[in-house]
Design a protein around this ligand. Structure first.
Ligand code: FES
Ligand code: FES
Length: 165
């Protein structure tokens, strides 16, 4: 199968890659762009290890074909930190030991990031819903919930919003 050019924005940079049209976004990110933070756990849309933001929404990148992202904006785990500062979630995941082997962590972090972008005061149920597609075989999820609650509180405090806890 011939290759085609795909141009899109990833983590704030415009990129152009050449890939066969049946290659997934996950393949393009890891294989063409060397962004190996995004993990391949199942290649079938079941585990959430490959979650990235696509035009502001979390998606399983193994379920998106490369050509579908032409002209889009993608944010991967490598793009969560800004100006050399980790995103609060990246810190609180470490502080609460919200990972063990770490294989699910990039996808889990991006799903939690997507949640906090929309809602900086999520309930426990909302957090569980946000990570419902992210399978972790190590942690039991409690520390993840704690990490998200802690990061949400930090984000609210940084904004100086009312009702901080
Ligand atoms: S690798 Fe994409 S959902 Fe598992
Ligand atoms: S930390 Fe090992 S799969 Fe989640």
């Amino acid at each position: 199968m011939g290759e085609m050019n795909i141009e899109f924005n990833v983590n704030g940079k415009q990129v152009r890659v050449s890939a066969e049209p049946n290659k997934t976004l996950l393949y393009v990110l890891r294989g063409n762009l060397g962004l190996t933070g995004t993990k391949d756990g199942c290649s079938s849309g079941d585990c959430g290890a490959c979650v990235v933001m696509l035009d502001g929404r979390p998606v399983n990148s193994c379920m998106v074909l490369g050509p579908q992202v032409e002209g889009s904006s993608v944010v991967t785990i490598e793009g969560l930190a800004s100006n050399g500062e980790l995103h609060p979630l990246q810190r609180t995941f470490g502080e609460t030991w919200a990972f063990q082997c770490g294989f699910c962590t990039p996808g889990m972090l991006v799903s939690c990031y997507a949640l906090l972008e929309l809602n900086d005061h999520p309930s426990r149920e909302e957090i569980l819903t946000a990570i419902a597609g992210n399978f972790c075989r190590c942690t039991g999820y409690q520390a993840v919930i704690k990490a998200v609650e802690q990061a949400a509180a930090e984000l609210r405090a940084a904004k100086g919003g009312a009702g901080n806890d």
